[in-house]
Write a protein that binds this ligand. Sequence first.
Ligand SMILES: Nc1ncnc2c1ncn2[C@@H]1O[C@H](COP(=O)(O)OP(=O)(O)OP(=O)(O)O)[C@@H](O)[C@H]1O
Ligand SMILES: [Mg+2]
Length: 232
Amino acid sequence: MFLKVESLKKSYKTGEISTQVLKGVGMCLDRGEVGVILGPSGSGKSTLVNIIGGIDRCDSGRVMIEGADITQHKDNQLTDYRREQVGFVFQFYNLIPNLTVGENIEVVSNISKKPLDIDSVLKAVGMLDKKFRFPRELSGGEQQRVSIARAVIKNPKLLLCDEPTGALDFSTSREILKLLQQINKDFGTTILMITHNTAISALANRVYRMRSGEIVEETINESIMSAERIEW
Ligand SMILES: Nc1ncnc2c1ncn2[C@@H]1O[C@H](COP(=O)(O)OP(=O)(O)OP(=O)(O)O)[C@@H](O)[C@H]1O
Ligand SMILES: [Mg+2]
């Protein structure tokens, strides 16, 4: 297994009150697979994905990436892991407003060990002709393409997407999903995606349904649908 999460627990404290947000979560993904996490608001999806991506810490449990438990990493090891191996795509793109498209990607490329070529990645996401534009001069779908380019420029082993189509209309969402599917195929990137949209499950090898901090259902799809054919 490329990714294996075991008995993951996490609580948040607000004042005197501690709430358990993850109650012993287990899940896994093979290398090159696409995984989807479904579940209602507040069920712990982002918390889980943030721990897998090394931007948050758990209380107990394990997150094995290629056999190494990242929950045991020291802070500097975790930073290296996050920087070198993980790409993040969020619902609201998080681009730096006063940098151009090209510069937004260069920021990440500059701190990566073996970055891909910026122009090739921009071409792959269909944004090469807008390299010198600023984020405010782009549509939502275009901004999401740039944020995907920024996430894949370091050629991460693992791409984590938190509601990547949450702010987009249907046809733009389909284009973004096609792009993610293409990245998965071309680079062999393992992708874990959070969504509210059950139609997107058809694109995943493994589907995990969360409820109140627990995985309540795991589905393995024998074949996955082309994003071209998705409807909702
Ligand atoms: N930093 C924090 N401090 C305190 N509570 C938090 C913190 N982050 C998340 N929570 C709580 O943990 C629970 C799970 O949050 P999480 O963001 O993982 O949910 P989610 O499934 O991603 O929801 P959504 O679909 O709305 O994004 C929520 O009840 C939330 O209020
Ligand atoms: Mg969330």
